[in-house]
Structure formats: C-alpha cells, structure tokens
Design a protein around this ligand. Structure first.
Ligand SMILES: [Zn+2]
Length: 202
C-alpha cells in the first residue's frame, strides 16, 4: 500500500472517531495520526519518510544512517543523560536500521508497543497525556491496512515470523490493487468533506 493511502486511511479513521478520544479534535492529533500512519514503512529505503531523510535511497544508506544515529544517541545517553527515553529512541533507530521491509519489528505489535511507549512518555513529559491515542490509531491502521494486502505483516514478530493477513486480501502492486487504493482515496476525500463542518461546529 502506498504511503499516501496509509496517511489517508489514518486521517479518515481519526475523523470518524475523534469524538470518543480524550483530546477530541486538534491539529497536533491530526498530524500525529498522519505521521504514525506512514512510520512503519520507514523500514523501506524508498518509503515516504525516507524520501526526505536518506541522501541515497538504498538499503546500505538506511542501515548506516539509522545505525549511526542510534549508536550516537545510546552513547550520548551513557555519557551524559542516563534517561530511559533517550535509550528507547536510540534503540528504535537501531531497530529501524536492521529491519528489512515488512518482515521485521516496525510491522509488528511489539514495534507498535515500543514506539507508542516513546510517544506516550514524551506526551506525559509535556503534559499532553492523550498523545499516545493518536499515535496508536495511525500505527494500528497501518498494520491493519497492510494485513488486507496479499503479503500480510509479521504481527507477532519476534515471537513468530509468520506473516498474518486477513481472509480477504488484494495484491497491492496489481491493477486491481491500484484501483482499490484510488477508490479508497476518493472515499476518504468525500468523507473528509462530509466531516469538515462537524469539526468546526462546537
Ligand atoms: Zn507497511
């Protein structure tokens, strides 16, 4: 599934259920949902985030760049900060460095828990306790959407590496797949237009 479609699906989900969330509607939530929706694909050197992050879009650059940032953070923490959050962020960079596309931690529930822990911790630091909800909506939707494609995701990695998918799937790189994703996008845009007035009505 394309990054755009993931971001769109995350935003549509957020617009459908924000009333049930503690923070209701806010722009930071919207941005965080969109970010979390594309984050799992950071394991692919040509994905949306890496398009802006990596100077060269290949696997080696990804491993070196994320690996160096991770090691630097952990080393810095060891020397100066001794803070669990810097350690956790450093470890996350290392995880991203070694995860190959769709077969590692970023496409698993364990990965979702580690990243959500970091966001929750940061949210509490800045007194925005509901931050983690938005993150989990985006991230969870990404995993769910990938489970609708024929490749599936290693949901229970590192305990089981079997790829899990839903009973009904489609091939994301096929003609039908592109058509389905385009239809989802159109539906998403129409739904956003439908929800827009409600957001501003208080
Ligand atoms: Zn994915």
């Amino acid at each position: 599934m394309k990054g755009k479609t993931h971001a769109g699906m995350g935003i549509v989900t957020y617009l459908s259920i924000y009333n049930m969330l503690p923070g209701k509607f806010n722009y930071m939530g919207l941005l965080l949902v969109a970010f979390a929706s594309i984050l799992p694909d950071v394991d692919h050197p040509k994905s949306m985030i890496n398009k802006y992050v990596l100077p060269f879009k290949n696997k080696l650059t990804k491993v070196i760049l994320y690996g160096c940032v991770g090691v630097t953070l952990i080393w810095y923490d060891y020397l100066y900060t001794h803070s669990p959050i810097i350690k956790a962020i450093g470890i996350s960079f290392l995880i991203i460095a070694v995860s190959s596309h769709r077969s590692g931690l970023t496409h698993s529930l364990t990965g979702m828990i580690i990243f959500s822990f970091i966001v929750g911790y940061l949210g509490n630091m800045y007194n925005i306790h509901y931050l983690v909800y938005y993150f989990m909506i985006g991230y969870g939707m990404h995993l769910l959407c990938d489970m609708v494609t024929n490749k599936g995701v290693p949901l229970f990695y590192p305990f089981r590496s079997k790829k899990i998918k839903l009973p009904l799937t489609y091939r994301s790189n096929s003609k039908v797949g592109s058509a389905i994703e385009e239809l989802l996008m159109i539906f998403g845009l129409l739904f956003t237009i439908y929800r827009l007035p409600v957001i501003f009505y208080k």
